[in-house]
Every structure is written in structure tokens, then in C-alpha cells.
Design a protein around this ligand. Sequence first.
Ligand SMILES: C[C@H](O)[C@H](O)[C@H]1CNC2=NC(N)=NC(=O)C2=N1
Length: 94
Amino acid sequence: MAKLQGDDLEKALAKLPNWVRIEERDGIARRFKFSNFVQAFGFMSQVAILAEKHNHHPEWSNVYSEVDIFLTTHDEGGLSQKDIDLSLAIDRLL
Ligand SMILES: C[C@H](O)[C@H](O)[C@H]1CNC2=NC(N)=NC(=O)C2=N1
């Protein structure tokens, strides 16, 4: 799946107001805050299932009740529709 650029990229990002563009790594990121570790880990389990379904996998980290997710398409060296689809699906879990 090709890298998203120009207008296509702007339109896609407009649907993801809670994600920030990380220009240096051509990806998007979002921090998710929960009330405790169990909530955070439950969310990560749901994201793991989504990632497998989408065959697209996040770079992420967890510290106690917070989960940081970064998405880019390694195969394309940048943002693709796969990142947009997975981020929208992740947002829908909340
Ligand atoms: C072979 C396999 O389909 C690919 O390596 C997939 C798996 N998950 C992936 N996840 C992400 N984030 N980027 C990729 O390029 C990617 N490639």
C-alpha cells in the first residue's frame, strides 16, 4: 500500500484529531490514559487483536496506566492507508 501524500494525507489526518503527526518518522502517535494498569493492558489486548486482523502492527509502550502508540508503515517508509485504518479502528475501541 503506497505512502499517503499531499491532499490524501491531509484528508486522512483530519479524521484523526487526537493523533499527532511525527514528521521526523513519517508516522502518527497518540497517548492513551487509563485509570490503572489493568485497564491499560485490557486496551492493549484489544489493539493486539485489531493489529493481527489488519496485519499491521504498532510500535508502542506502556508505563502503568498509559499506552503510547506510534504507527507508520515500515514496508513503505512512511504513512499509508493502513495506518489510517488501524488508528481509526483503535479510536473506535474507546
Ligand atoms: C509481512 C507482513 O505482512 C509485513 O511485514 C507487515 C506486518 N505488519 C506491519 N506493521 C507495520 N506497522 N508496518 C509494516 O510495514 C508492517 N508490515
